[in-house]
Design a protein around this ligand. Structure first.
Ligand SMILES: C[S@@+](CC[C@H](N)C(=O)[O-])C[C@H]1O[C@@H](n2cnc3c(N)ncnc32)[C@H](O)[C@@H]1O
Length: 308
């Protein structure tokens, strides 16, 4: 049985051409690509790549200056955060949410735009697998080239499920009968006609947006469009932990904001979106009226209305 694309480079002893992440005693990372006869130099001395080739992952090498480096293959999140970037990448915490919450399954036909540096493309390719399809659209040729190089370096060559097109999604989207659409761009609302035509009934649209104004515009455009279900939005925050003896506590610093995620599903053709039963909150659509002074019992009634 042939191994899935890229799998052969994820296990076994180090080989020529492998990426290796070196960790120094202070926890700093350096990524190298193994070449026979080549050396890795730092101001703390050097060591030859040959010392790693043929050795198992988790090996420790020593420089001529006696500094130790732990050698491991970078995991996908390590790779994404250290690879060359054109545009900002989708962080691993959000890529994980996208793959799970948009239900990206092996064999799925997925459309993605924009591609940027290709970070999310790699998670999507892994999820759809060799027998799925990822159709990626990127308007900037220079970014598309960076993404192609990043993806091919990670998988050790072209991925059989990937088709990359340079151009705006809304003008070029050629695929139909698509299961999932993933949008990471400034103006996802401009793509809704094209996305609606491409998605199968029940297909999932997931949008990754950086600001609340983008989120609000996208939500209202989805409602207005009439072919999508009521959208849902959320964000995720990941807090890493300091682990030292009895000092086990959250780290002082964290990435406080990356983006918001928004999902909606394609209705069957000719179906009217069900009426929203919940009354919009006062001011939600820009009303300027001053809220009435609350009367006894009013908060209880408002809470009941929201439960409806
Ligand atoms: C934030 S980056 C995407 C990053 C990417 N998801 C990653 O993980 O590396 C947004 C990209 O969308 C592209 N873009 C914006 N609007 C687009 C459109 N309508 N069609 C195709 N690409 C678009 C931009 O050129 C930019 O490269």
């Amino acid at each position: 049985m042939t191994e899935p694309t890229g799998a052969a480079r994820r296990r076994g002893p180090f080989q020529v051409g492998d990426q290796v992440q070196l960790t120094d005693p202070k926890g700093r990372h350096h990524t190298i690509t193994l070449e026979a006869g080549k050396s890795f130099h730092t101001h703390k001395g050097a060591f030859s790549h040959d010392e790693l080739i043929g050795r198992p992952e988790g090996t420790v090498v020593r420089t001529t200056g006696n500094t130790q480096y732990l050698a491991l293959r970078p995991l996908l999140p390590d790779y994404v955060l250290s690879m060359p970037r054109g545009a900002a990448v989708v962080y691993p915490k959000d890529a994980g949410q996208i793959v799970t919450m948009a239900d990206i399954f092996p064999g799925a036909r997925v459309v993605e735009a924009g591609v940027g540096s290709g970070a999310l493309s790699m998670s999507l390719l892994r999820a759809v697998g060799d027998h799925g399809a990822l159709y990626s659209y990127e308007r900037r040729e220079d970014f598309a080239e960076i993404a192609k190089a990043n993806v091919e370096r990670f998988f050790g060559g072209p991925h059989p499920a990937w088709k990359l097109t340079v151009g705006d999604l809304q003008d070029n989207l050629a695929e139909t009968e698509v299961d999932r659409v993933v949008l990471d761009m400034l103006a996802p609302w401009e793509c809704l006609d094209a996305v609606s035509k491409a998605l199968v009934p029940g297909g999932v649209l997931i949008c990754y947006v950086a600001t609340t104004t983008q989120m609000s515009t996208t939500v209202e455009a989805l409602r207005e469009h009439g072919t999508f279900t009521e959208p849902q939005a959320w964000e995720s925050m990941v807090r890493t932990w300091h682990l030292e003896g009895l000092a086990v506590r959250p780290d002082h610093r964290m990435i406080g904001h990356t983006g918001f995620l928004l999902t909606s599903r394609r209705l069957a053709d000719g179906v009217e979106p069900p009426l929203r039963r919940r009354r919009p909150a006062k001011g939600a659509y820009g009303e300027t009226e001053v809220p009435e002074k609350p009367k006894p019992g009013r908060f209880l009634r408002m809470a009941e209305e929201q439960e409806d």
